[in-house]
Design a protein around this ligand. Structure first.
Ligand code: PAF
Length: 281
């Protein structure tokens, strides 16, 4: 095991560090995260490391993507143990302060339409513009050859692909599949909020998504199946369901039947915790 990743906290220092790597002709990979790293993140980092000569992990809990009543203040911050987990995986950890990312006078926000419309945006209207702004900032700071995002945040992944295409950033967006607990619960930093009782209920999210997918594959009509999925989650003990939606996998547009690859996506709340998940159909 090495000494652990080099920790860099300013854009200027990151650029200086990466300039040498670029000059040496090494491929640079970036894995943007908000920390509280779990195996899902680490698998993204491992994939990046396998493809790249230098792996950068950014750790920044981005205030711009949280709404006023959301969990910014209580979002888990575990910087020391994150760095320990990255010890033999990442070369550089970029951990800027909020003032570094959003210095005094910062007045720019990136708006994304297309795949950002609907679903998460109906419930978290500020979310994708906050994500797009910070991801653009991180990508422009690091200018990696590739950046890796998890399929767990499927709508976010499509939004970032759109952003990178529209701004013509010469960066390959690579994807890591969702890692799950043995009972199907997708790994997420927010699982740490769940009580034992809530954790049992949470596992039903993926089960219901799989049942919805099976019904749609069997030819059952989409809208009643989505309604069935919402009821099934409420019956399982979720306090409320933001959406269960079957959408075109590429555009996230609503579909009437299964003629192209589709995705079933859901967001639901248990107590104060909001969980999301999605699977391919
Ligand atoms: O998926 C996340 O952890 C965040 O939304 C991201 C992409 C790091 C931007 O803050």
């Amino acid at each position: 095991m090495g000494e652990g990743p080099e920790i860099v906290s300013t854009v200027a220092a990151l650029r200086a560090r990466l300039a040498a790597t670029r000059k040496a002709g090494l491929r640079i990979g970036l894995v943007p995260t908000m920390g509280a790293l779990h195996e899902g993140h680490l698998s993204l980092v491992r994939q990046t490391k396998a493809r790249c000569g230098l792996t950068v992990v950014s750790i920044f809990v981005n205030p711009a993507q949280f709404g006023p009543n959301e969990d910014f203040a209580r979002y888990p911050r575990t910087f020391e143990s994150d760095c320990a987990k990255l010890a033999s995986l990442a070369d550089v950890v970029f951990a800027p302060s909020a003032a570094e990312m959003y210095p005094n006078g910062f007045a720019t926000r990136i708006e994304v339409a297309g795949p950002a419309l609907g679903l998460e945006s109906d419930f978290r209207p500020h979310f994708f513009s906050g994500v797009a702004t910070v991801v653009a900032r991180l990508l422009i700071a690091a200018m990696p050859d590739e950046a890796t995002f998890g399929e767990k945040d499927y709508q976010q992944l499509l939004v970032i692909r759109r952003l990178v295409a529209d701004l013509d950033l010469p960066i390959e967006i690579t994807v890591g599949e969702t890692l799950r607990e043995p009972d199907g619960l997708a790994l997420s930093s927010r699982n740490a909020y769940l009580s034992q009782e809530e954790r049992k209920i949470a596992s039903r999210l993926n089960v219901v998504l799989r049942e919805v997918a099976t019904k749609v594959q069997r030819g059952e009509p989409i809208t009643p199946t989505e309604a069935w999925g919402r009821d099934a989650l409420l019956r399982a003990g979720f306090a409320s369901v933001d959406y269960v939606a079957v959408r075109d996998a590429e555009t996230l547009a609503p579909i009437e039947s299964l003629t192209r690859p589709a995705r079933v996506l859901a967001a639901a709340r248990i107590g104060d915790t909001r969980l999301i998940d999605n699977i391919a159909i």
